[in-house]
Design a protein around this ligand. Structure first.
Ligand code: FAD
Length: 420
């Protein structure tokens, strides 16, 4: 069997593997992307009903890379966020305009990302291989890691200076590399679907903490809202069996009438919820990215934002340290151990912080009863009234922290049309 070679081999062509592939190819690396699914078809019937809430910082990063324009026409701006507790005091209202911004973030349908990234990978010269599944990871020889891929033409041997595992929460690559993970299956699933409210949403997003779990409504195109309804698996099971009108009656009882009557507007998909965190995302000539490294509860819509910061940081870590002016230059060997160690070190605080914060919220901390509930209600009212506290919360929601953006901005602009 002849071995095929690339600088970087990526397993998993989801949003993280897809973005890493086109970005790293534009940095000059020979990149091969293996995705077990089939090639995405633009405007295909939505199997994934999620609307991704992308923080303003993530949108800026995508824009720096030249990938925001093709997504913008499918996106809906989040102009304000209302955080509340069902049956409890306290509410926090964050307004983009109060913080001098047009939007706190944008909601992009998950189905719009895949075709855009597919076009971006092709434009950047990535060798994209669909219907290709990881069959095994081999040893490191002469500075290259081997891997075995089962594709449409049978099994093939590959080697790369760096393997990126972007193959999701169950990551077969992570398992093959023997990297340990901490896992926690929440006693909750999420039902995700669109609704059509009677009143205009005006770009408002809602996050409501209930005794069952968080309930989010995100603004979408055509006046629709995307619902992420977290509840115990038995409740989700029962609600899936209801007809649309009955389900919405239950939703309305939990969400209220702020947006008038809610009507069903599309299919309902169920997502089991799990926290997975690999404390050490690096192996010899291999790195875990995105959900393979850290999968968090969807409360506050942080997962993909966190994962795309992995890609931004990796791009920065691969940049040569000297000669910062002009077009960026990248290290010849992307899998060198010092580069991977620097990446892991740079990501540690952000990843640990988001894993801990989302876990805290997921465990129902904002729906406490009794004395603690009163204290929380008072705390939320105080945050709502205090400008500095609201500023801090808004900055966190917008993800405008220390995202290493300069390198992305300096890459040559791609030519990716509005194919999303
Ligand atoms: C209900 C819900 C709502 C969410 N909402 C938001 C939100 O609003 N904002 C936000 O930022 N995040 C959100 N997230 C998180 C977001 O979905 C994840 O962060 C994101 O999907 C991670 O992308 P990924 O590419 O790492 O993994 P995935 O999307 O899981 O992609 C992994 C890819 O790897 C492929 N693959 C798997 N195994 C193999 C193999 N052996 N060989 C080849 N290919 C393989 C799969 O086919 C898949 O394409 C939400 C999550 C859930 C569950």
């Amino acid at each position: 069997m002849t071995e095929q070679r690339s600088d970087i081999a990526i397993v998993g062509g989801g949003p993280v593997g897809g973005l890493a592939a086109c970005t790293l190819a534009r940095a000059g690396y020979a990149v091969t992307l293996f995705e077990r699914g089939v090639s995405p078809v633009p405007n295909a019937h939505a199997n994934d009903t999620r609307g991704y809430a992308l923080a303003a910082g993530t949108v800026q990063f995508l824009d720096d890379l030249g990938y925001w324009a093709p997504l913008a026409e499918r996106a809906t701006a989040i102009r304000s966020i209302v955080v509340s507790r069902r049956g409890g005091l306290g509410r926090v209202h964050l307004n983009a305009a109060d913080h001098g911004r047009h939007a706190l973030g944008q909601v992009v349908p998950a189905v719009a990302l895949e075709p855009m990234l597919d076009a971006a990978c092709r434009e950047a010269g990535v060798d994209v291989r669909y219907e290709s599944t990881l069959a095994g990871v081999g040893e490191v020889t002469d500075g290259r890691r081997e891997l075995c891929i089962h594709g449409t033409e049978g099994e093939g041997a590959w080697s790369a200076r760096l393997i990126l595992a972007a193959d999701g929460i169950g990551s077969p690559t992570r398992k093959a590399l023997g990297l340990p993970v901490n896992r926690h299956r929440y006693a909750a699933d999420a039902l995700v679907f669109d609704v059509q409210p009677a009143r205009p949403h005006n770009g408002q997003a809602f996050e409501r903490f209930t005794d069952e779990g968080p309930l989010a409504l995100l603004p979408q195109a055509d006046g629709r809202m995307n619902v992420v309804w977290v509840a115990p698996p038995e409740a989700c099971e029962r609600r899936l069996e209801l007809n649309g009108a009955e389900r919405l009656q239950e939703l309305q009882a939990r969400f209220g009438w702020t947006l008038g009557r809610l009507q069903p507007a599309g299919r309902v998909v169920r997502f089991p919820l799990e926290r997975v965190h690999a404390p050490e995302p690096v192996a010899e000539r291999a790195l875990l990215l995105g959900n393979a490294a850290h999968s968090v509860h969807p409360v506050a819509g942080q997962g993909l934002n966190l994962s795309l910061r992995d890609v931004a940081t990796l791009l920065g870590a691969l940049r040569e340290r000297h000669g910062q002016g002009g077009a960026p230059r990248f290290v010849a060997d992307p899998g060198a151990s010092d580069t991977l160690a620097a990446y892991a070190q740079a990501r540690r605080n952000d990843v640990n912080g988001v894993v801990a914060a989302t876990d805290f919220l997921a465990r129902g901390m904002l729906h406490a009863a009794g004395l603690r509930g009163h204290a929380l209600g008072s705390g939320m009212m105080a945050v709502d009234r205090l400008r500095p506290a609201r500023d801090r919360l808004a900055r966190a929601a917008m993800g405008l922290g220390a995202l290493p953006r300069h390198t992305a901005r300096q890459l040559t602009r791609p030519d990716v049309g509005s194919k999303a």
